[in-house]
Design a protein around this ligand. Structure first.
Ligand SMILES: [Zn+2]
Length: 121
């Protein structure tokens, strides 16, 4: 089967569709899942908050809010959502980051569906 991937250069979706994709990714993809692969000391601090070493400045002041799905560093003051985090880490644009995350997210969803249908048989 041919692989279909999103080429970030080719995203020509209407603005409305693009922003709803953005919202979907920001809401449904836990930032924690992305950050924990880079920040190995990520730990629960206050209820609903995680703390760890900031991948941007190296200080132990990165805070994640599970409720709002955003990050903030009390040292370098970088903050944002899952899309901006990936864009900063990979040094890519917000659109490229969205395409990257959407692909990741899509693959995850498909894996779950495949797994379920296997279990059913
Ligand atoms: Zn920082």
């Amino acid at each position: 089967m041919a692989e279909i991937s999103i080429n970030p250069q080719r995203i020509g979706l209407p603005e409305k569709a693009l922003s709803s994709l953005c919202e979907q990714v920001k809401k449904s993809l836990p930032l924690e899942w992305i950050v924990e692969s880079l920040v190995t000391d990520l730990k629960e601090s206050d209820k609903g908050y995680l703390k760890g070493t900031c991948p941007f400045c190296g200080e132990k002041n990165l805070t994640l809010s599970r409720k709002h799905n955003v990050y903030y560093c009390f040292d370098c003051r970088k903050s944002g959502d899952v899309i901006s985090f990936v864009a900063r880490i990979k040094d890519i644009s917000q659109i490229e980051s969205l395409a990257y995350l959407y692909q990741l997210y899509g693959i995850t969803t498909m894996n779950v569906i495949e797994h379920k249908s296997e279990a059913h048989e």
